[in-house]
Design a protein around this ligand. Structure first.
Ligand SMILES: [Zn+2]
Length: 283
């Protein structure tokens, strides 16, 4: 019976052949759209406003002045402390992800300008091992918070992550406490911390620094949570609403402060910084 249903569904699904390169099928509304039109629209579907998943560097590029991002500590590398080996050794997995993404691990941090305002910025790229937080990611978020506190700059983080990096075991889990403590010290110093959540942000990242923003902003319809919906449903033996863990649901339930589209993210962040951490007036 189960096979029949699946078989039937597969048969009724309309097969549309898309010419490679020029056209993209929207993951949400399934419309075929000219690729350049989507790119011009900051990788947002012009038909249904679906925000495509993009790289961290693209996200930073849409948020700050062109060429102003200076990445710091790019040479930080994981030590593979457990010599972990599942289907392939962790060291090999790291190497293949480095080749795939041109990053040394899933996070970047540094300084940049938003309009004329210097900021400290850190983020996680989902395409590097699901944006999982190992020792390098935790260290970079921590150093970003410390740098912001030292230089009296606002800190902005942009997250897209599946959570902890199981290949580093406890070394991964302790990053949650370390990064959260650094954010605590940043707040004690009086600096503003804005956390931008993008699709998807889950697990240990949600359970630590990403939800500690003075202001938490999410992109529309992003999936944000700790455990996945199915796991929760199986645990509590109840069905959850369809939009459970989407930005809009979290906004209604007080988990986040704002939803901003990709196009309005830069002006939103700049307005918040100008309001909550105005630049000192020189006398
Ligand atoms: Zn669409």
């Amino acid at each position: 019976m189960a096979w029949f249903k699946k078989h039937k569904e597969q048969k009724t699904e309309k097969k549309v052949k898309i010419p490679e390169g020029l056209w993209v099928k929207c993951d949400n509304c399934k419309e075929i759209i000219y690729k350049k039109e989507i790119e011009k629209n900051l990788h947002v579907c012009p038909k249904c406003d679906y925000h495509f998943r993009i790289s961290l560097l693209e996200r930073i590029g849409f948020l700050v002045e062109p060429g102003s991002f200076e990445s710091i500590d790019d040479d930080l590398l994981s030590n593979d402390p457990l010599k972990f080996n599942d289907s392939i050794p962790y060291a090999k997995r790291l190497e293949s992800n480095k080749g795939k993404t041109s990053m040394n691990d899933a996070a970047l941090y540094g300084t940049a300008l938003i309009n004329s305002r210097p900021v400290c910025i850190a983020g996680i790229d989902f395409s590097f091992m699901g944006g999982s937080m190992g020792s390098v990611v935790g260290e970079k978020i921590t150093r970003a918070a410390e740098l912001a506190a030292e230089k009296n700059l606002p800190l902005i983080t942009i997250t897209s992550s599946g959570g902890a990096r199981m290949q580093e075991g406890m070394f991964s889990l302790m990053q949650m406490a370390k990064a959260s403590a650094a954010i605590g010290r940043l707040k004690d110093s009086g600096c503003l911390y804005i956390s931008i959540l993008s699709d998807p942000t889950f697990g240990g990242v949600t359970a630590s620094f990403a939800m500690l923003g003075d202001i938490i902003i999410a992109e529309p319809k992003s999936l944000i949570g700790f455990a996945g919906q199915r796991v929760i449903e199986q645990t509590i033996k109840q069905q959850l609403p369809d939009n459970f863990q989407r930005s809009e649901f979290l906004m209604e339930h007080g988990m986040i402060d704002l939803i901003a589209s990709r196009k309005e993210m830069k002006s939103t962040v700049y307005t918040l910084i100008s309001h909550f951490m105005p630049e000192p007036v020189e006398s």
